[in-house]
Design a protein around this ligand. Structure first.
Ligand code: GLU
Length: 289
């Protein structure tokens, strides 16, 4: 199998335990399949970026011996490709201009009711939306099996390029994963909603969809997702072996006793060999110190 996987952090802050788990899982899955593992920095949204975060994330990955196989990809340098794919979708009559402001949309509880789809607008600074004509009802997850969409409302025509000219995450991720021949995506379950959109974008672009594996989220004692917003602590490079064995335990890949404090390369070698995604527990609770 020509396995190519990736870890794609956004440089909006430090690497916390939740993102470490995603990095470790994608690395192990790729190496277990003798595959290639890439790192992509998703620096698509400059206002949300924290200066220095991208480099800090890469240094922390290195301190865990999570070494990537090809040069790091930066989304900020790939606008031409995003333009090209957006043009492809437009040429297939799958996009339209939207002039709705955030304020106008606030009455729809975050769900856009495709107001501009039939308006045929041509605007100087539009948001560009996908005509989401055939929303996916389900996709296959390697561990969870068939994941069904809960259609409570009409399928949303999501944004591909924002009014401020920035490309949307949904488009950029799919373009990069296509261009880098990513065959397997392993990432947090918080992205399941995005997977429905992205898997459909592959179809509109007539490209084969990768295999998906979503791993459960690390949550706080009160049930909220670990994030920079709730002050999830940064993983400390100097305590890498300890944090790595915790991440492996979280993923249901408990190390033999004698390896729990071993250097990261030894832990990773064992975990690569014994990697069993079916053993990832589906419920988690992590208590922040
Ligand atoms: N950049 C996204 C995040 O940090 C992950 C994207 C992905 O894995 O597809 O949540």
């Amino acid at each position: 199998m020509n396995y190519r996987g990736r870890f794609a952090p956004s440089p909006t802050g430090h690497l916390h335990f939740g993102s470490l788990v995603a990095a470790v899982a994608s690395y192990l899955d790729a190496h277990h399949h003798q595959g290639v593992w890439l790192v992509r920095i998703e620096d698509l949204d400059p206002p949300r970026e924290v200066p220095g975060a991208a480099d800090a994330i890469l240094r922390v990955l290195e301190s865990f011996a999570l070494h990537w196989d090809e040069s790091v990809c930066y989304q900020s340098q790939r606008h031409e490709q995003y333009h090209h794919y957006l043009d492809t979708l437009s040429a297939r009559n799958l996009t339209y201009h939207c002039q709705c402001t955030r304020k106008q949309l606030s009455q729809y509880q975050g769900h856009y009711p495709n107001l501009c789809r039939e308006r045929g607008l041509t605007l100087a600074h539009p948001a560009i939306r996908l005509k989401h004509l055939t929303p996916l009802a389900s996709f296959e997850d390697r561990v969870q099996g068939t994941v069904k969409h809960d259609f409570t409302a009409q399928a949303e025509d999501f944004v591909l390029r924002r009014r401020d000219g920035l490309f949307a995450y949904q488009l950029a991720v799919v373009v990069d994963d296509i261009e880098h021949n990513i065959s397997h995506i392993v990432r947090g379950a918080d992205l399941i909603d995005s997977t429905f959109k992205q898997a459909q974008l592959y179809q509109y672009l007539e490209q084969p969809c990768p295999a998906y594996l979503h791993i459960p989220l690390a949550v706080t004692a009160t049930g909220s997702k670990l994030s920079k917003q709730n002050y999830a602590p940064a993983v400390a490079a100097k305590e890498a072996p300890k944090a790595l064995s915790q991440a492996l335990r979280f993923l249901g890949q408990a190390l033999p006793e004698e390896l729990t404090n071993a250097p990261c390369p030894e832990q990773l070698a064992w975990a690569t060999q014994h990697w069993q995604p079916q053993q990832i527990p589906q419920q988690h609770e992590i208590i922040l110190p």
